[in-house]
Ligand binder design. Structure first.
Ligand SMILES: NC(=O)C1=CN([C@@H]2O[C@H](COP(=O)(O)OP(=O)(O)OC[C@H]3O[C@@H](n4cnc5c(N)ncnc54)[C@H](O)[C@@H]3O)[C@@H](O)[C@H]2O)C=CC1
Ligand SMILES: C[C@H](O)[C@@H]1OC(=O)[C@H](O)[C@@H]1O
Length: 256
């Protein structure tokens, strides 16, 4: 098992990519901390994931908290240490993408997106890194960034800078934390069918367009991203830091 004896925290793990990653980490032997919003639905989904994980003999606990709150990272780390005694891997996955045009972007939508996707993540990464440094045996931090860190989106002007920010944060943290043996990398998913884009992709033309642009001929599924996250979390990637891994079915390279 690739993650035996490691404690993994994953934010936004109640559904979508985070849930698939949490399940796969547990299958690979990790003790998993399921970060979720703390709302009724998030809590319920987190408990159902704990049941799923326990059913195949895995270990998991849940910790609720708003990803936009700079204190949530500390809560997640405290929950992990209380339940399992350590933090070995931190996966920053929670995020939102409320599609909206640029010229009339409401300030509150912009600020909520930046606070949820990037500002809270900064302090959560810091909290996890301090815990790993104090443990003295290294660790791995993975940001779920996006293909949108590299290319734009007319309805995502508030979102793409947060994904570029996470990608850049992992590069800088790779330098800052390398001396402690803490590796920092990002995954850059393409279009993965989840709740975040359910409404956008309900438009059949848009769905057909995004599918046709993907060389592998289909949109991604959450499980497609879970494997690359496990790889970067594992000792198989022990000499990989400051890297970013596109998980997009070839979408990025498909110019013509
Ligand atoms: N689905 C896609 O095509 C792509 C998704 N991503 C990124 O993947 C990550 C996961 O998204 P998906 O699984 O696709 O969507 P999703 O909507 O299914 O999952 C998002 C998760 O983040 C949590 N979350 C949102 N706001 C939160 C808050 N304030 N506090 C705590 N938790 C919060 C949600 O509860 C949920 O568990 C996001 O960061 C997204 O930007 C990146 C590239 C492509
Ligand atoms: C929400 C989008 O459909 C999704 O998120 C991203 O980061 C990419 O832009 C995807 O298309």
């Amino acid at each position: 098992m690739l993650l035996a004896d490691k404690t993994v925290i994953i934010t936004g793990a109640s559904r979508g990519i985070g849930r698939a990653a949490a399940r796969e980490c547990a299958r690979q032997g990790a003790r998993v901390v399921i970060g979720h919003s703390g709302s009724g639905q998030g809590t319920e989904a987190a408990y159902s994931l704990i049941e799923e994980i326990k059913a195949f003999g895995g270990q998991a606990v849940e910790v609720g908290g708003d990803a936009a709150d700079p204190d949530t990272g500390d809560k997640l780390v405290a929950g992990a240490v209380q339940a399992f005694g350590s933090v070995d891997v931190f996966v920053n996955n929670a995020g939102i993408c409320p599609f909206h045009s640029f010229l009339d972007m409401p300030r509150e939508v912009y600020l909520k997106t930046v606070n949820t996707n990037l500002n809270g993540a900064y302090f959560a990464v810091q909290a996890a890194a301090n815990q790993m440094k104090n443990q003295g045996r290294g660790g791995a931090i993975i940001a779920v960034s996006s293909i949108s860190a590299l290319v734009g989106g007319g309805m995502q002007t508030h979102y793409t800078p947060t994904k570029a920010g996470l990608h850049s944060l992992m590069q800088s943290c790779a330098i800052a934390l390398g001396p402690y043996g803490i590796r920092c990398n990002s995954v850059l998913p393409g279009t993965i069918a989840t709740d975040i884009n359910k409404e956008d992709l309900a438009d059949e033309e848009k769905l057909a367009y995004m599918t046709s642009r993907t060389p592998l001929g289909r949109l991604g599924e959450p499980d497609d991203v879970a494997g690359p996250i496990v790889f970067l979390a594992s000792d198989m990637a022990r000499y990989v830091t400051g890297a970013s891994l596109l998980v997009d079915g070839g979408l990025f390279v498909n110019l013509q």
